[in-house]
Design a protein around this ligand. Sequence first.
Ligand code: FAD
Ligand code: DLZ
Ligand code: SF4
Length: 511
Amino acid sequence: MTVLRFVLGDQLSLDISSLSDIADGDVVLMCEVADETRYVRHHKRKIAFLFAAMRHFAEDLEARGIKVDYVTLDDPQNSGSFTGEVKRAVERHKPDRLVVTEPGEWRVRQMMADWREEFSIDVEIRADERFLCTHERFADWAEGLKELRMEYFYREMRKDTGYLMEGDHPAEGKWNFDHDNREPLKKAVRAPERPTYSVDDTTEAVLELVSTRFGNHFGSLEKFDYPVSRRQALHYLNWFVDEALPDFGTYQDAMRQGEPLLFHSHLSGLINCGLIDPREACDRAEEAYREGKAPINAVEGFIRQIIGWREFIRGVYWLHMPDYAASNKLNAQRRLPDFFWTGETELNCLRQCFEEVRESAYNHHIQRLMVIGNFCLLCGFDPREVQEWYLVVYHDAYEWVEMPNVVGMILYADGGLFASKPYAASANYIDKMSDYCADCAYSPKTKTGEGACPFNLLYWDFIARNEKNLRGNPRMNRTYATLDRMDGEKVKTIRKEAQAFLEGLPSGGDY
Ligand code: FAD
Ligand code: DLZ
Ligand code: SF4
């Protein structure tokens, strides 16, 4: 009896459920397909990273004696879609059964729904056990709750997993040490130098393929040095835990020009594609804490991002799809300006983030949330366009994780399903947490008139413009009290200048 085991590009783990009972004679199918590269036109680096990781994973499987049927993008017979490639593989191998681990994205899950009938074959779709929280567990937890709060979910996950627990109590007496994690970077603080990984023949072939086939996609392929194999990924995880984790918490919210990573892990791409298991990342971090090598604020902060935010975001996605994609509670309609693609803007904070993402397909969380995301929220950009941008530009972007972060976290487009208020901020926050403002054409301290930072104008314009939706929110009371106390003429000026800025935005561009 032959079982065809289909492994997707973001399921690159030997422990993936679709391989758990692999036997002699089974075949693992992996395929590079055009449809996945163009349902949005991903950053070149993301495609290159994923194809290189897929090819290395296939080599690892083969080295273990597993039969792999790997279809490359340039195979002349390649049909260009998952469905087409499974169909062809069924014809080639005549398996008795098809086994696959559930995909991360709704779109792909819908595709699979018809396969049993289409191929007249038994199709088994298994749970993705890399996640710590099952769909059922999340739905049970969310049942009857009007608002979903990550913090309470996270505490459940801490108890379930035992991470940083002392019996029934959280280590060092607190669930959350975020309060200690908001330090701006002092000048003397230096981030550790990252390890780089050389390009072997397999990756070289992928880089050539991507530059030929996707030359007109956004982003750069230069200096590609990210881990692409399990061995490299493990080496990288160990480096992070030893060298960067100890300061990860303290400087988690800080930004510095020319230093995109600081103490962040840069593990999201590796975790999301399967090369690193979220549990092993948390195990290593906890070990460092128990051995006294990393403090509680760093380790708790890191583990919270993974067993808290990451699991929570996935839970929200599956609980609310497919309707969630169209959320637009604030009725935001503005087109995304073309400088999101070209990077040509005088707002230095945005320019820095756009340049970094073009080069590396990465921005850290605060850049995504408080610089770019904040700007999208304040300007009222169409959530669909913002979703697409975030899905295209980041190497770690898959819809299950990108969408709730965009719709719920930055745009408040779901009306506050899990954010208790919009993450809106004026220039003050960016000025405090970064050195961007010192090199900017605008001044963060200037509220109106010549040189006024657009974030200052847009902030109050956003608050006034969305009064109908936001004034009733108790967490916005102080903000509306301040607006009420502001001089009427001043508010008019701010809104007029904000309007002029918005109208002057370059029109939406293609990418
Ligand atoms: P670190 O700061 O080192 O954090 C450690 C790990 O925690 C990350 O690797 C990631 O696995 C996890 N994590 C942290 N925050 C989140 C979060 N909010 N949601 C899910 N996981 C989290 N993350 C993605 O993996 N893919 C995306 O497409 C994505 N889109 C985002 C869009 C927006 C608008 C925002 C605000 C955040 C988004 N994030 C996304 C979450 C987060 O910004 C990235 O996971 C993080 O920046 C990746 O860098 P890192 O590995 O250095 O993370
Ligand atoms: C993102 C992506 C890309 C660009 N290409 C492929 C591919 O050619 N083959 C593949 O198996 N997976 C790819 N992926 C990842 C898939 O889009 C991902 O597995 C689904 O979106 C489900 O989460
Ligand atoms: Fe950004 Fe305003 Fe600071 Fe310029 S002054 S970097 S636009 S926050």
